[in-house]
Design a protein around this ligand. Structure first.
Ligand code: TXD
Length: 307
C-alpha cells in the first residue's frame, strides 16, 4: 500500500486522514509538534477501521522517522493569525514551519510528492518548492478544488440540481481576488449564465470569493476543514491512482496564462508523478485582467518572504 504522511494533525490534517482512510488508499502517518495529540488521533482513527471495514494502518508521531518512504507528503502545519500579528509576521512564521516540514520529510522520503495547504497558500507552495529544490511537478497547492466546490454547492442549492451535474472553475490566488470563471462553468453542459439570472450569479460569485471568511465568522475560532481536506483526499487519489484528473490547483507558473515565478490556481492534470499538465483556457480580456490582478496580489505576498 502507498504511504501518505500528513504534517500538522490539527483540524485539516486529522480530517484529511479521515477522508483518506475512508478511501483505503494508503497507510497514514500523522506528524505534529504537540505531544500525544497525533498519536491519540491516529489511534482513534485506527480503532474506527474495523467499524468501517477498511484495512488502513494509521500512526501518529512527533518525529519524522516514521514518515520514511512516503509517496505523498501533505503539509497543513502552521499557525493562524493572532492579535497583533501582521500578515507578513504570519507569512514568515508559517514559512519557517513549512520549510522545516519540507526539509525533514524530504530526508526520509526523497521522492515524495508534496500537497500544501498551509496559508498563505500560494506563498507556502513557493517555500516548499524552493527549500526542497523540487521540480514543479512535485509541489501542488490545494485551494482551487475547495473554492470551486463552494461555488458548485451554492449553484446546486440555488437550482436544486445535483452537485454532480455542476462544474465550476475558480482560478487564481487563494484569496478574495480569486477568479470564478462563470463563462466556463456549467450545469449538465448548459452555461451557468443561461441557468441563473445575472443578479443570482453575481451573488454566488461574491459568496464564493468570501467563502472562507463565511465559515470563519460562523466558527468563531479556526477555519474550514471538511471541504479543504476532502479536496486533499481527491488530489491524493488522483496522483496515487494515476487518474489524470483535471482539477484547479496551485501550480508554479512557467509562462502559462502569461505568468511566471509564482504559484497560482489553474486547471491541472494530476496523476503519477504529480502535475502532468497545465490546461490553458482561452480567456477574454476581462477574465485575463482579473487573473492578472489576482497574480499581482500573490506576487506581493511571495515577495515578502524571507527565504
Ligand atoms: O484551502 C486552503 N489552502 C486552506 C488553508 C483551507 C483551510 C485551512 N488552510 C490553512 O491550513 C490554515 O490557514 C492553516 O494555515 C493551515 C492549517 O489549518 P488547520 O485548520 O488544520 O489549523 P490547526 O487546527 O491549527 O492545525 C495546525 C496544526 C496544529 O496541530 C499545530 O500543532 C501544527 O499544525 N503545527 C506543526 N506541526 C508540525 N510541525 C510544526 N513545526 C508545526 N507547527 C504547528
Amino acid at each position: 500500500m502507498p504511504k501518505i504522511s500528513i504534517v500538522g494533525a490539527g483540524m485539516t490534517g486529522a480530517t484529511t486522514a479521515h477522508w483518506l482512510a475512508e478511501r483505503e488508499l494508503a497507510e497514514l502517518v500523522l506528524v505534529d509538534v504537540v505531544e500525544g495529540m497525533p498519536q491519540g488521533k491516529a489511534l482513534d482513527l485506527l480503532e474506527a477501521m474495523p467499524v468501517i471495514g477498511k484495512d488502513v494502518k494509521v500512526i501518529g508521531t512527533n518525529d519524522y522517522k516514521p514518515t520514511e518512504g512516503s509517496d505523498l507528503v501533505v503539509i497543513t502545519a502552521g499557525l493562524p493569525r493572532k492579535p497583533g500579528m501582521s500578515r507578513d509576521d504570519l507569512l514568515n512564521t508559517n514559512a519557517d514551519i513549512v520549510k522545516k516540514a519540507t526539509e525533514e520529510t524530504l530526508k526520509h522520503s526523497p521522492n515524495a510528492i508534496y500537497i500544501i495547504l498551509t496559508n498563505p497558500l500560494d506563498s507556502m507552495c513557493y517555500v516548499a518548492m524552493k527549500v526542497g529544490g523540487l521540480p514543479r511537478e512535485r509541489v501542488i497547492g490545494q485551494a482551487g478544488i475547495l473554492d470551486s466546490a463552494r461555488m458548485r454547492a451554492f449553484v446546486a442549492m440555488e437550482l436544486g440540481i445535483s452537485v454532480e451535474n455542476i462544474d465550476c472553475y475558480v482560478l487564481g490566488g487563494h484569496g478574495d481576488s480569486m477568479v470564478p470563471l462563470t463563462r466556463h462553468s456549467n450545469v449538465a453542459g448548459v452555461p451557468l449564465n443561461e441557468m441563473l439570472a445575472a443578479d443570482k450569479l453575481a451573488a454566488i460569485v461574491d459568496r464564493t470569493r468570501k467563502g472562507g471568511g463565511e465559515i470563519v465568522a460562523l466558527l468563531k475560532q479556526g477555519s474550514a476543514f471538511y471541504a479543504p481536506s476532502a479536496a486533499i483526499a481527491q488530489m491524493s487519489e488522483a496522483i496515487l491512482k494515476d487518474k489524470n484528473l483535471v482539477v484547479p490547483c496551485a501550480i508554479y507558473m512557467q509562462g502559462e496564462y502569461g505568468l511566471k515565478d509564482i504559484f497560482f490556481g489553474v486547471p491541472a492534470q494530476l496523476g503519477k508523478g504529480g502535475l502532468k499538465k497545465v490546461i490553458e483556457y482561452k480567456l477574454n480580456a476581462e477574465e485575463q485582467k482579473m487573473l492578472e490582478s489576482s497574480a499581482a496580489e500573490v506576487r506581493e505576498t511571495t515577495a515578502a518572504l524571507k527565504l
